[in-house]
Design a protein around this ligand. Structure first.
Ligand code: CA
Length: 716
């Protein structure tokens, strides 16, 4: 294998030399040889993909160019591999030495032959599936890291596990969270200077965020940086102590729900690293609960209630976790405007100077360009239509807010809503076009304050009254109007000119991550199950195929034996699909996560996608007084909506309760909802959250909705 580069055919060598002018080709390496030097020199080995965003700069730009405007029309399926479980797929595969390492829902890890898709090994961390209820946004996983022969995965129940790359056996395992609290891990670890860095999620449900670094060889904890203060504003004995004593503590009130809820700020996705500056970058999340008036009612004298380090980019020293600088995108966040979104590093020519920048398009809708050495804000411009702020003051770095946006006196329909103008879906940057490709969308949501004294959220601890937001069950016309407000867009953003160069509109929000290549192409999957290639300079569509499920994770590219491959993962699930209730009338099989790989001249075919008409028959007649059904809706929206969908319309990944059997019978429903009958499949018991009478009210609402939606079908 190691001789491959020496004996490689002429055509492949030509392609290689054309695409990697910057770095001379380096010899092939094995999984055991992947380290910081190898990741930093990634452009010298364009055929492999060694870390989450391919390089420490996380540009997701492949220097391979065999697939280009001339050849992309001949792109065909090379192979596909069905994985062992369904639900959302968000993983970017890692490929080295002919092996692909990829994860699926429920934190499972697979090693596949990257040329054929043949399974080499599987690792099931055997997470307690009833913890799925703690996953705000599906039980997804965004992939592994690899370092010196070990493969690292974070699990949905908060463990960091090191596997031996050769056979998938466990080398070490660390519990990184207090498992009595609703922490989850969905993000991919990164390995920097021999330390595996991992964050966590859970800010929706009330936890205190942090990232931790572990020694890659021994698993021993090296340092931890908290993103919100110690509940008593005392030192934790961790790397973040100094930053909170000097900056953070004063920006939180002495009282408020943050002290019991942990404050949030969970770092669940973005990281990047600059080996020259020796600075790593981490994005942090929203507060717990969302509503900042409940979270941190008023700051102490001299404080400003910004709630550091929520919704921020943190620059840290990777050896120690020492604070270098921070930039907070959304002070006093109250809308779930996380800054966990993709952080990308590049060197840009700005005003005649080469600037080392960090770029981010967080949920709040502004595209930020920062000097990554100092944290100086260079520009911030809206990349989607937004209404919560009119701009960012470059002198202070603070947003210029719309006063109505904080919903103090009346509800406010915020654009964007909590799913953001851009979410976890990775961007890409092409050094050739100088453009950043952003998978953007418009997803409004109404915010309204909790009533003083109201019980409020019993489970979905957002500080937001979901139940109050949608109002009465809308009729069909209202539903159509609401759908029409939702859209998606691929934005080719010029970070120097601070405006889009081109855009592609999509009928649905929540489209996939992006790959840019030296073939002059960008690849993106869409929510409506297409995978497309566009001309990177113009946005002209060059190729399209059907992936049967949404392929959202963002494609990646690699090369074996002189052939370039484009790989993506696909599956039904992820946050929008669960909560949004995508309007699908058919379900397909098999409902498993899948890896799909293309190459020029590929002749394989996906298996037939078997669809069946949904049996739109309610399990029983509607029952109950309007008051009981109304209570059922409120309780459904608070407890069930996030997974089972708004208005009891499932997005397809999870049981559509309108057509399920258990709501037809009081005892059957009680067994599922209050006794955990399906806990092993991910439906946790809500005993302690709902009383028997409340569960019965939820059942009455489900059957009301089922009969409402069944009626038109019966009339056809
Ligand atoms: Ca959030």
């Amino acid at each position: 294998m190691k001789l491959r580069w020496a004996i490689m055919g002429g055509a492949a060598l030509l392609a290689l030399s054309a695409c990697s002018e910057k770095e001379a080709a380096l010899p092939a390496i094995t999984a055991a040889e992947v380290d910081g030097a190898a990741i930093a020199a990634a452009d010298g080995r364009p055929g492999v993909w060694l870390s989450h965003g391919r390089t420490y700069s996380e540009q997701r730009y492949s220097p391979l160019n065999q697939i280009n405007a001339d050849t992309v029309g001949d792109l065909g399926l090379a192979w596909y591999a069905d994985l062992d479980v369904g639900r959302g797929m968000e993983a970017t595969p890692i490929v080295v030495d002919g092996v692909m390492y990829v994860t699926s829902a429920w934190s499972m890890v697979y090693a596949l032959d990257a040329k054929t898709g043949e399974r080499k090994w599987t690792f099931d961390p055997k997470v307690d599936k009833s913890r799925g209820v703690f996953a705000c946004c599906d039980v997804v996983n965004r992939g592994v890291a690899i370092w010196q022969g070990k493969v690292f995965v974070g699990t949905i129940d908060g463990r960091l596990i090191a596997l031996n790359a050769s056979d998938g056996s466990v080398a070490w395992e660390q519990v990184t969270v207090d498992q009595s609290k609703p922490y989850t891990i969905t993000g991919a670890p990164r390995v920097i200077k021999g330390k595996v860095v991992i964050g966590n999620g859970g800010a929706e449900l009330g936890v205190r965020g942090y990232i931790t670094a572990y020694d890659a060889v021994t698993g021993e904890k090296a340092w931890r940086f908290y993103t919100t203060p110690n509940p008593d504003k005392k030192p934790d004995g961790e790397a973040s102590d100094k930053a909170f004593a000097e900056k953070g503590n004063a920006t939180w009130s002495d009282e408020g729900r943050w002290r019991t809820d942990g404050g949030g700020g969970t770092a669940w996705d973005a990281m990047a690293y600059d080996p020259d500056l020796d600075i790593m970058y981490v994005g942090t999340g929203n507060g717990s609960p969302w509503n900042y008036r409940l979270r941190s009612p008023s700051a102490p004298e001299g404080g400003n209630n910004d709630n550091l380090f929520l919704s921020s980019i943190l620059a840290l020293k990777p050896d120690t976790g020492e604070y270098v600088w921070h930039y907070q995108t959304t002070p006093s966040d109250t809308w779930d405007y996380t800054a966990t979104q993709h952080i990308m590093l590049a060197d840009l020519e700005i005003d005649g100077q080469t600037r080392k920048v960090a770029m981010q398009a967080p949920k709040n809708g502004f595209f930020y360009v920062l000097d990554r050495e100092t944290g100086e804000l260079l520009s911030a411009d809206a990349f989607q239509k937004i209404n919560w702020a009119t701009g960012v003051d470059l002198a202070t770095g603070r947003p210029i807010e719309n006063p109505a946006a904080r919903f103090a006196d009346s509800p406010f329909e915020a654009v964007p809503g909590p799913l953001g103008s851009h979410n976890w879906h990775p961007m890409a940057f092409s050094p050739e076009t100088g453009l950043v490709y952003i998978p953007a969308h418009t997803l409004p949501q109404i915010f309204t304050s909790e009533q003083p004294g109201a019980k409020g959220q019993v489970y979905w601890n957002t500080g937001l009254e979901f139940a109050a937001a949608p109002g009465p069950t809308p009729d069909e016309a209202m539903r159509k109007a609401a759908r029409a407000a939702l859209k998606g867009q691929l934005v080719a953003w010029d970070p120097v000119a601070k405006k889009p160069r081109w855009t592609v509109d999509y009928p649905s929000p929540w489209n996939g991550g992006v790959l840019a290549t030296a073939g002059g192409l960008v690849f993106q999957g869409s929510f409506d199950t297409a995978l497309r290639a566009y001309d990177a300079a113009t946005g002209e569509k060059k190729w399209e195929t059907n992936t049967q499920y949404p392929s959202l994770s963002g494609p990646m590219s690699y090369e074996i034996d002189g052939e370039q491959y484009i790989a993506t993962t696909a599956g039904w699930g992820t946050a929008f699909s669960l909560t949004g209730g995508a309007p699908i009338d058919k379900v397909g099989t098999p409902e498993l996560g899948r890896v799909i790989v293309y190459k020029v001249g590929g002749k394989a075919e996906l298996p037939e996608y078997l669809t069946m008409e949904l049996d739109r028959t309610p399990a029983g007649p509607s029952f109950g007084a309007p008051q009981q059904i109304g209570l059922g809706q409120v309780l459904y929206d608070r407890n069930c909506l996030v997974c089972h969908g708004s208005l009891v319309v499932s997005g397809g990944a999870i049981q559509d309760l309108r057509w399920a059997q258990s709501p037809g019978d009081k005892d059957s429903f009680r067994k599922v909802v209050l006794e955990g009958q399906y806990a092993s499949a991910g439906m946790a018991s809500f005993a302690g959250k709902l009383t028997a009478d409340e569960a019965e009210a939820v059942r009455s609402y489900i059957l009301f909705r089922a009969n409402e939606d069944a009626a038109p079908a019966a009339a056809n």
